[in-house]
Write a protein that binds this ligand. Structure first.
Ligand SMILES: Nc1ncnc2c1ncn2[C@@H]1O[C@H](COP(=O)(O)OP(=O)(O)OP(=O)(O)O)[C@@H](O)[C@H]1O
Length: 329
């Protein structure tokens, strides 16, 4: 049984322009200790997807389909039972560490809180455990800083504290939503290395959201490419990187910054912008921006075509695009 199995997940949200589907029938699964990346432009539904795994969607959201975590169905799970899973079996690291940290509580209190809540540890035992965690995530001189407040730490250190909090109860699944985006470039690498080493050391499964394809390549073994609330391509990271079968994936690769590119060379961008949820076409979500679009793309939801190695692509023009030699080697 996989640790996590998501099937036909739909998430409806109330937007300013009325109700809209932010996630439109996605599926994936994750074994214990497996690592999965989610890529896609801003607004394509990555955060909403992982928020649904944590039971943290707005109360007006409508969720359909199934999210099975270690045998328990999370869709429709009462909040009390969801609380037993969130922060205990599933830990989350946020883009902005202050999302997880409370400015008015000491580090010892807040990192220790999940330990007291879920593990029933005494204050003194939680404090000992917090010290060990802070030392593991690389907070210098942690023993003398247990009673400090978040603002007394740098941005990188706050993210380390956020990681300690997410790990406190030894979760089976760690979710990291753009965990390095808000940090200085030099710190980004260190935080990513820390996450990777902790995931390997503790045998946790990982879901990493990143817009950085380099980070995805270095960190996860399989990946989803999302667009307009759908998964347009998925598979082992190596296979997706090698073939880039969907026109949207090709666009993402073409638009990525290349280290060492001559100055003044402009990056390619994907023409057009992400459509608003209420304006998504009935068929392929990318149809409005894709240079291969034909009429059928606007009306038909593309079924998944399976390529070797469990690599799936949702594009009805896959064969023509391959025949035109448009696929990058
Ligand atoms: N609470 C909300 N109410 C209404 N619409 C929302 C809400 N949260 C997100 N959305 C919309 O849902 C869509 C998906 O958002 P989501 O945050 O999941 O995208 P994302 O791919 O994670 O982008 P980003 O990288 O910017 O976080 C967007 O169109 C967004 O505007």
């Amino acid at each position: 049984m996989p640790l996590l199995e998501v099937k036909d997940l739909h998430i409806g949200l109330q937007t300013q322009r009325g109700p809209a589907e932010a996630v439109r029938g996605i599926g994936f699964s994750l074994e214990r200790s497996e690592t999965l990346g989610i890529v896609g432009e801003s607004g394509c539904g990555k955060s909403i997807t992982v928020m649904s795994l944590m039971g943290l969607l707005p109360s007006t959201a409508k969720v359909g389909g199934s999210i099975r975590f270690d045998g328990t169905e999370l869709v429709g799970l009462p909040e009390k039972r969801m609380c037993e899973i969130r922060g205990n079996r599933i830990g989350m690291i946020f883009q902005e560490p202050m999302t997880a940290l409370n400015p008015v509580h000491t580090i010892a209190r807040q990192v220790g809180e999940p330990l007291r809540l879920h593990r029933g540890l005494s204050k003194a035992d939680a404090r000992k455990e917090v010290l060990a965690l802070l030392e593991r995530v690389g907070i210098p001189d942690a023993a003398s800083r247990l009673d400090a407040y978040p603002h007394q730490f740098s941005g990188g250190q706050r993210q380390r504290i956020g990681i300690a909090m997410a790990l406190a109860c030894g979760p089976d699944l760690l979710i990291a939503d753009e965990p390095t985006t808000a940090l200085d470039v030099t710190i980004q690498k260190q935080i990513l290395e820390l996450i990777k080493s902790l995931v390997a050391e503790r045998g946790m499964a990982l879901i990493l959201i990143s817009h950085d394809l380099g980070v995805i390549a270095q960190t996860v073994s399989k990946m989803l490419v999302m667009y307009g609330g759908s998964v347009v391509e998925s598979g082992p990271t190596e296979a997706v990187f090698a073939r880039r079968a969907h026109p949207y994936t090709q666009g993402l690769f073409a638009a990525r910054p290349v280290i060492g590119a001559p100055r003044g060379v402009r990056l390619a961008t994907i023409k057009g912008s992400v459509p608003e949820l209420v304006d998504l076409p009935k068929g392929c979500p990318f149809a409005g921006r894709c240079s291969y679009t034909v009429d059928a793309c606007m009306t038909t939801r593309p079924p998944a075509t399976m390529l070797p190695q469990d690599h799936a692509v949702r594009c009805i023009r896959l064969e023509e695009i391959a025949a035109e030699g448009a696929i990058a080697p």
